[in-house]
Design a protein. Sequence first.
Length: 184
Amino acid sequence: MKYIFLIGLLSIFNRIPVSNNPITPTIQCSNIIIGDSQSPYVDWGSNEFKLINSKPGSSSLWEGGKTLTWLLSAVKAYKVDTTVCNVAICIGTNGGFSKKDNISGLVSELHIKFPNAKLFVIQGSWGWGGVSNKTESTVRSYYSEFEKLGVTIVEPPIGKIEPHGRKPIYQVIGKNLDSLIWQK
């Protein structure tokens, strides 16, 4: 019995599926998208990642027009969930890719709330509205801070577009995001 328990623990920490073993249960795994108004479009482009809820708000961890500060606050108030295996973060655009954003605080809090999850970040959009004066190098520099903290950057960025709508770039991002996750 101890041996079976150890195999189960190893499978959780190493993300090894154990569904072929009739004694140990299949690990249930969910992949979520959190962040701003671009989150539903990443959901649309991905086959594996979904919003927690289609209704925006703190309990869904996504809402249009929100900044990293809002997302950090929402994550802090969220319950611990050990069934989430992958989190796609879609944030930064509404804050203008600010160097003052508490990226390390967000990443730390995500590790607390989703202790079994691998983190990914979607690079935002620029060249429109409040980010009309931003450049790709500014955007990439912002997301490199996530990468320094062990978060995987998803390529390509949403880009120099007005991002609202089912645009082809979201299918590219979704496919690339899906290819990076541990598969059941």
